[in-house]
Design a protein around this ligand. Structure first.
Ligand SMILES: [Zn+2]
Length: 156
């Protein structure tokens, strides 16, 4: 249950004298070594970078394996399953472009593959959020080029 009424983008703009540019959300800027992650997300697939030498999985994807520094790697399909490690619900105190989304939940998600991801927890009542609960990935096409993996509770 929200303690605050949602506020429209137009109301925010008028109240704070903001331009459309001021309200543009920052988007991921892929690096050469993270580009495959974002390409897959756009296809609604979740992939992880696994070291071909030692099998370590890094997320976010790094230039080298953080366990053995090897450069050889492969991209594996993640199961899209995880558990909620921790979460916070933002009610205020976020940059202007996110005001219209308040309140929203941010979570740290432990993926079945052993890495941790930070993203939004969506499609849920905040009251149902609980550390350790099962989550599944969903994909949010925020622009034509950028899709963000987000997470929601698994419905039994
Ligand atoms: Zn390695």
């Amino acid at each position: 249950m929200s303690k605050h009424e949602p506020i429209s983008i137009d109301a925010i703009k008028a109240m704070m004298n903001l331009s459309d540019e001021d309200l543009k959300k920052p988007l991921p800027v892929p690096t050469a070594w993270s580009q495959p992650f974002w390409d897959a997300a756009r296809e609604h697939r979740l992939v992880l970078k696994r070291c071909s030498k030692c099998g370590n999985i890094d997320h976010p994807p790094y230039l080298y394996c953080t366990a053995c520094q090897a450069d050889e790697h492969e991209w594996i399909e993640a199961s899209g399953k995880g558990t909620l490690f921790a979460y916070a619900i933002n009610y205020f105190g976020v940059p202007f472009p996110f005001w219209a989304d308040l309140p929203y939940a941010l979570g740290m998600i432990d993926l079945a593959e052993g890495v941790r991801m930070i993203s939004n927890i969506v499609d849920c009542d905040f009251e149902e959020l609980e550390n350790g609960m099962e989550l599944e990935v969903v994909f949010d096409d925020v622009t034509d080029e950028v899709t963000l993996p987000k997470w929601r509770p698994v419905r039994k």
